[in-house]
Design a protein around this ligand. Structure first.
Ligand code: ADP
Ligand code: MG
Length: 578
């Protein structure tokens, strides 16, 4: 609580600095630039820092906001507030459309498209002279009035922009702890795992892109009125790179980093001016050095230091509600039917016509030698791969064409053979993402998410480590967190891909106990495992694969003594295997 007041006090003091000192118009201009740019850079915090998506067109969205105010007030004589709304609106819409059409692409493709978009904007500004005034730009942009008071003098307008900047910082600061913000970070950390836990990753990325564009539009609109004059070279590719540099320099993970990076990069050239001819080189060098030695930016460094002095909040284990894993079983029909499923990778028949029925409330094991198609079967089952042929029917619904996040919404949870967590997020946050899955039968609201996550963590014995960063945990614990993440979504069907791999004997024993505790509550478990001892202990039924085909199926006692199964495990040709 005390911290909030310190931050608030500091904010108020900073906002009133121009009123305490006699500042030249030149210095006020620098302040104005820092404040309006910062708002656009906060957009980069959202899209790049939180959602992990590259955006090299931020100056375009900034420009759309600025030109809406410039053209709207000067050419059309509209009220500032109308043009401000138009600017934010147009930038938001452009961000949404660009995001929706391009965010299926990854990495450098996305970078290329945003650069092209930026170049097109530049061409339009310079060449559509009748509309944009061309390279001459627009002069004489007026200032808004607030409650009948025209913000004509620089100081009051600057204060007004600062208040808006504070609002934007607050929004961006709070965002990571919301459902949407957590989903953005999960997508950044591991998109595939995010999808499988129920996050519509395209929607989340488009949302981040749109928010980013909206912030840039607002910053640009304020910039136009602040400087009264705008021209195309304020909004070109170089400016987009500058926004990118600012967010990386300050630290993309926090709005404070963004604002800090912006201020520094605006001030740095001023401070280095005494170097005369070599100033540009020195500036470039300074930026490169800072970025190389501070990969998380300046704020990243500061927050690591601060975190050392923070006392970890103790988790009140006694107050954690026991995890409810109960799944009502009324329907006698199998919960899952794989109907003649095939998955070919070119000539590799990874899965070659498998039919499996999984009965409700059972532990059904899928075993077979390495490369026999077990993981591929799971991937087809939860939508990571589309089946080459065949049908996947879950609880009476044909889900063959559904996306992984839609399948998660049906109650299909999963863990991965090679653990896929959200490495830099905390243990409890990882599990909260699981609790966020669509149709999870829990109360709405953030408290219920956290409480569900803690229950799931306690169930697997990891509640004590709830606040730890997940990548710092030992391997065996990470496996448990991944199981907890799936359980937090209250799945009816749980897919486990070699959960015992890499565990020591004690851990394996605990895992067997965990699976036994999950049994008999109506939850169905589909388990891939190499450890035959574990399989014998927990499974009701076993299906054996070899070379993408089913070679045996039945209860453990019979199947594990089947000659084809023994042959497959010993690596000999399976005589008579169909
Ligand atoms: P298992 O999990 O039973 O060890 P997998 O399902 O991972 O086996 O693999 C089955 C076969 O499919 C292997 O021959 C593997 O090389 C191949 N395979 C799996 N995934 C791919 C992929 N994405 N592209 C090409 N081949 C693949
Ligand atoms: Mg596998």
């Amino acid at each position: 609580m005390k911290k909030i007041f310190v931050v608030l006090a500091l904010g108020v003091v900073l906002a009133f600095v121009p009123f305490f000192f006699k500042l030249s118009p030149y210095v006020l201009n620098i302040f104005m630039q820092a404040v309006t740019y910062s708002i656009a850079v906060l957009g980069m915090t959202v899209v790049l820092g939180y959602a992990g998506q590259i955006n090299l067109a931020q100056a375009t969205f900034f420009g759309l906001g600025a030109y809406a105010v410039g053209l709207g007030t000067v050419d059309l004589g509209l009220n500032f507030w109308v043009t401000f709304a138009m600017g934010v609106g147009v930038a938001t819409l452009a961000g949404f459309v660009l995001g929706l059409t391009t965010l299926r692409l990854k990495g450098h493709y996305l970078a290329m498209i945003t650069i092209s978009f930026q170049q097109i904007f530049d061409l339009v500004l310079n060449n559509w002279i009748d509309f944009t005034h061309g390279p001459d730009g627009i002069a004489g942009i007026g200032r808004p009035s607030l409650f009948g008071y025209v913000l004509a003098d620089d100081k009051s307008y600057l204060l007004f922009c600062t208040v808006i900047l504070y609002g934007a910082i607050y929004f961006v600061w709070k965002l990571p702890q919301t459902r949407t913000g957590r989903a953005m970070r999960a997508v950044r950390e591991n998109e595939l795992a995010a999808e499988v836990t129920g996050i519509d990753s395209l929607k989340v990325k488009v949302t981040a892109f749109t928010m980013s564009a909206a912030l840039a539009g607002a910053g640009g609109a304020l910039y136009a009125a602040g400087f009264a004059y705008i021209s195309p070279d304020n909004f070109n590719f170089a400016r987009s790179i500058e926004f990118l540099t600012m967010v990386l320099l300050g630290g993309a993970q926090s709005p404070f980093g963004g604002a800090l990076g912006t201020s520094l990069l605006i001030l740095l050239p001023e401070w280095l001016r005494f170097l005369k001819e070599v100033y540009l080189a020195a500036y470039g060098l300074a930026v490169i050095l800072i970025m190389v030695f501070l990969p998380t930016g300046i704020w990243g460094l500061i927050s690591v230091r601060v975190a050392k002095y923070k006392k970890p909040v103790p988790i009140d284990l006694a107050s954690i509600v026991p995890l409810d894993v109960e799944v009502p079983v009324t329907d006698p029909a199998p919960i899952l039917r794989l109907d003649n499923v095939q998955k070919y990778f070119g000539g590799v028949k990874a899965v070659d016509g498998i039919t499996i029925d999984v009965a409700r409330g059972t532990v059904h094991a899928l075993i077979g030698p390495n490369g026999s198609g077990k993981t591929t079967t799971l991937n087809v089952l939860n939508g990571i791969y589309n089946a080459t042929a065949g049908k996947v029917v879950f609880d009476g619904v044909d889900i063959t064409e559904k996306t992984p996040h839609e399948r998660a919404g049906f109650g299909i949870g999963r863990t991965f053979q090679n653990i896929r967590l959200f490495p830099t997020m905390s243990v409890v946050e990882n599990v909260m993402v699981g609790a966020q899955r669509p149709n999870n039968p829990i109360e709405p609201g953030p408290a219920a998410l956290r409480s569900r996550a803690l229950s799931a963590l306690q169930f697997v014995g990891m509640a004590q480590q709830a606040e730890a960063i997940v990548q710092n945990l030992p391997y065996g614990h990470q496996r448990l967190v991944e199981i907890a993440r799936a359980l937090a979504g209250h799945p009816t069907f749980l897919l486990l891909d070699e959960p015992a791999a890499g565990l020591n004997q004690t851990e394996k024993h605990e895992l067997a106990n965990l699976l036994k505790r999950l049994r008999g509550h109506g939850l169905t478990i589909f388990l891939i495992e190499h450890d035959i001892g574990l399989i014998e202990k927990v499974s009701d039924r076993i299906t054996v694969l070899n070379f993408g085909k089913k070679i045996a199926e039945g209860d453990p006692a019979t199947v594990l003594r089947h000659p084809d199964v023994i042959a497959a495990y010993l690596g000999e040709p399976a005589h008579g295997a169909a």
